[in-house]
Design a protein around this ligand. Structure first.
Ligand code: 26Q
Length: 818
């Protein structure tokens, strides 16, 4: 236990909060009221460390990271905060004395789901690691009123329900109205002469007030509390009731609507660009506010804004915050009066860009007319950046029009945000070794050839505090006991120590018993939420992630259909009982992804209700997959499905969470799977399918012909025919026709089976057979699972953050003493 946590004081604090918040005594408090009271009591502890941390940063004049991201997929805060102030056992005890179960109270908290999936969760893991390592950092984002939608399944279909996460308020947030900042949209740019130079003034604009809310990011056991600053929009008060003319009235109403709309909702598209004007407004809104505030804060204690980069670094989480490049230029040029070259030098020494995808449909390209109308001054600056960059290309590659066309920021009526990000940054990184290599040799090769020094890899990581210590307390305690130390909590490499136990039969038994208990916990969750009975002795084979064609949930369910056919033919077939568990949200407008969810549920309905297969096969679709239930799911998994078409998954991070919890990877050589296999050894994973080189080769040569496979492979053909003969949809045999067509017919790009599902199918089915065979030897399985845990050290986000600090950010650690 950390010094300073006083149980008695905490108890009083909870009682006091219940009284003041709800006019009740503690015995009358409902679980949700008790949750609120406990959260405020914890906040009270955190606040002192928060103040002390920020004072220390100011005192040391520490260089600060601003992690700019449209998404922070935080999940719940209470349990994480209690763990990180190292008061878990004490709080649990006090609450028990008061008649409350901490787990029940935790379940009262809505997830802060300000993100879609991987990219948003990565940002959240990074904040945890930054605070734990003691680095000065802000997360900068948007306080969406509605986060990622809640998913309901009705009749097998996904229904999106608004996520009212702020309905009961957010106990941990602090509104900081003193930092409110105006953000301007639209209008036109007037050029005026002043002080002997040209000045640019935006006129006729509409504006909103950006108001920040701060959330504490608690470091593990080190008194450090960083800040996640999310901005809300408020209407600017121009509404003068006594003397408004029509124009004022109109404008006031429009500005009010603008403010209402901007922070309303997170766009639920994962890995898919949608060129919506409101999305661009959101981007500029939080970036302008964050950049203005960062410059203002710097100037409070530093005389010379030309040295801004010495104390500040902006990390751009994908292209979504890329207007930061132009906004920082605008502030330095127009507000600080710096000449272009100096402003550009400061900007390109401040900004760094992380790429998270190579998929062309995810690349942000804004129509110039929209962009310039909404952000007229920003557009002028982008034009000038582009003009100078084109000049530079012309000088380096005289007459190479091809390069100009491929690299231009402004091209074909569009603003290419990735190009702006690369040109405006001193660092460009991919998120796994393979991904970075693909960027350098394929997608961004022209940029890599021109500026190789900018490119670097930062393989993603995850926080073991949430995904082992909090999510899997049984395994965490076991690891601590075996290592004789909790050091792995802040130094995951130490978990390597349990490798020595991999062959030890007692340890194997203990490990399998813990996994079994975690499977019972998940089985209970499934029973409560799905009404399905699953056997915790069956293999829990899990694919949880956003639903996307490239992630190939379709291949997984087609394989289930294939297995089911075998079982129907031969109910006595010898197989280890298997529970296939899916969890996935589909973007609201992604028809084929939604149809895949329906297919999974349709297969589940048939398979789960067929007594003839003797319970050997179960299919479960977990509703509303999110951070809080993910923690329970990872802990219970035996098999981790990481089956994306090679080259498409930039990294993946779920793969790491499974590994940390002792699941074996069944996957392609894609993203960080490559590095996972490198750490644990290919013999302790099930690897299948085409390599990324093979995939890229096929893609360069017009794809492949799935018809040959269909014609020659009777088992595959039978599965595909079941998509169109009503086998899983007797009321509507045509229901899954679209999926069938996507696998066999050429699309508008003249490709069929774009994600090589049929091509990889046999290899996948073989790997699945090996899983079945391997699980029969429980000693081997336990050994392989322990080896996965033992070799997961590399995948801590603490390692990732330290690499960012060493190679890109160059921050100094700060120590906070209370
Ligand atoms: C863009 C424009 C308009 C609306 C939405 C978007 C948008 C939103 C989210 C585009 C992409 C995303 C999310 C991408 C994402 O999550 N990428 C994942 O990032 C992880 C962390 O690096 C990787 O592990 C995954 O491989 C990658 O898919």
């Amino acid at each position: 236990m950390k010094m300073g946590f006083d149980k008695e004081e905490f108890k009083k604090s909870v009682e006091y909060n219940v009284k003041n918040l709800f006019r009740k005594t503690i015995d009358d408090a409902k679980p949700n009221e008790a949750f609120q009271a406990v959260a405020y009591a914890i906040k009270d502890v955190i606040i002192d460390e928060w103040i002390a941390t920020q004072k220390q940063y100011a005192k040391e004049d520490a260089k600060t990271l601003y992690y700019m991201s449209m998404e922070f997929l935080m999940g719940r805060a209470l349990g994480n905060n209690i763990i990180n102030i190292m008061a878990w056992d004490e709080v649990k005890e006090v609450l028990e004395e008061m008649g409350f179960d901490l787990n029940v109270l935790e379940d009262q908290e809505p997830d802060a789901a300000l993100g879609n999936g991987g990219l948003g969760r990565l940002a959240a893991c990074f904040l945890d690691s930054l605070a734990t390592l003691g680095y000065p950092a802000y997360g900068c984002g948007i306080r969406y009123r509605y986060g990622m939608f809640k998913q309901k399944i009705e009749d097998g279909y996904q229904i999106e329900v608004p996520d009212e996460w702020l309905k009961d308020g957010n106990p941990f947030e602090v509104r900081r109205s003193e930092y409110a900042t105006e953000v301007k949209f639209g209008g036109y740019v007037k050029t005026v002469w002043e002080d002997g130079r040209e000045k640019f003034v935006q006129e006729g604009y509409q504006s909103v007030m950006a108001v920040p809310y701060d959330l504490p990011i608690v470091g593990y056991g080190n008194n450090v509390v960083n800040t996640l600053r999310i901005w809300d929009a408020q209407p600017i008060n121009t509404f003068n009731l006594e003397s408004f003319d029509k124009g004022d009235y109109q404008k006031a109403v429009e500005q009010e609507n603008l403010a209402k709309n901007i922070c309303e909702v997170l766009y639920p598209n994962d890995n898919h660009y949608a060129g919506k004007e409101l999305r661009l407004k959101q981007q500029y809104f939080f970036i302008s506010a964050s950049v203005q505030r960062a410059v203002k804060k710097y100037k409070e204690t530093h005389p010379d804004v030309r040295k801004f980069y010495e104390k500040n670094v902006f990390q751009l989480n994908d292209t979504h915050p890329t207007v930061a490049v132009a906004e920082l230029m605008r502030v330095l040029l127009d507000e600080e009066g710096l000449p272009w070259d100096v402003a550009w030098d400061v900007t390109t020494k401040t900004c760094a860009y992380t790429n998270h995808t190579i998929m062309s449909e995810a690349l942000e390209k804004w129509p110039i007319d929209l962009f310039s109308r909404l952000l007229p001054r920003i557009y002028q600056i982008v034009e000038e950046i582009n003009r100078r960059f084109m000049e530079q290309i012309q000088q380096m590659y005289p007459g190479d029009d091809h390069k100009m066309a491929r690299m231009a920021i402004l091209y074909d009526g569009q603003v290419r945000m990735a190009h702006l990000a690369i040109v405006g940054s001193f660092s460009v990184n991919g998120v796994a070794r393979l991904h970075t290599e693909i960027l350098k040799t394929q997608e961004l090769k022209h940029f890599y050839q021109m500026m190789p020094q900018k490119f670097n890899n930062k393989t993603n990581g995850i926080t073991q505090r949430r995904f082992l210590l909090h999510g899997n307390p049984l395994l965490a305690a076991w690891v601590t006991e075996k290592l004789g130390s909790k050091a792995w909590v802040t130094d995951l490499k130490q978990i390597k120590g349990i490798e020595a136990l991999a062959e030890d039969e007692t340890a194997q038994k203990e490990f399998m018993e813990i996994k079994f208990q975690n499977k019972i916990r998940l089985a209970k969750y499934i029973k409560e939420h799905n009404g399905i009975d699953v056997d915790p002795r069956s293999i829990f084979d899990v694919q949880v992630k956003r639903l996307h064609e490239y992630k190939r949930q379709l291949m997984n369910i087609l394989h289930v259909m294939f297995l089911y056919n075998q079982l129907r033919d031969n109910p006595n077939m010898d197989m280890v009982p298997r529970t296939f568990i899916f969890g996935a949200k589909a973007a609201a407008g992604y028809r084929r992804a939604k149809l895949t969810i329906k297919l999974i549920n349709a297969v589940a309905d048939v398979v789960n209700n067929d007594a003839s297969i003797q319970g050997k096969l179960k299919v479960v679709f977990i509703e509303d997959y999110r951070v809080s239930n993910a923690e329970i799911i990872f802990a219970a998994a035996d098999v981790s499905e990481q089956i994306s078409t090679a080259s498409k998954e930039a990294s993946g991070t779920g793969n790491m969470k499974f590994m940390l919890n002792g699941a074996l990877t069944l996957g392609t050589m894609d993203g960080a799977n490559v590095e996972i296999v490198e750490e644990v050894g290919a013999e302790h994973a099930f690897i299948f399918g085409m390599s990324s080189d093979e995939v890229i080769n096929y893609e360069k040569n017009g794809g492949y012909d799935p018809m040959t496979i269909f014609n020659n492979d009777a088992d595959i053909r039978r599965v595909l025919m079941q998509l169109i003969n009503g086998y899983y949809s007797p009321q509507n045999p045509e229901l899954f026709r679209e999926i069938y067509d996507s696998l066999l017919n050429r699309n508008s790009s003249d490709r069929a089976d774009t994600y090589f599902i049929l091509k990889d199918f046999r290899s996948y089915a073989d790997a699945q057979k090996q899983v079945d065979a391997a699980y029969r030897n429980q000693n081997w399985w336990a050994k392989a699972a322990i080896l996965n845990v033992a070799n997961s050290g590399k995948f801590s986000s603490d390692r990732t953050i330290q690499e960012y600090v060493d190679d890109i950010w160059h921050l100094d650690k700060v120590e906070v003493k209370l």
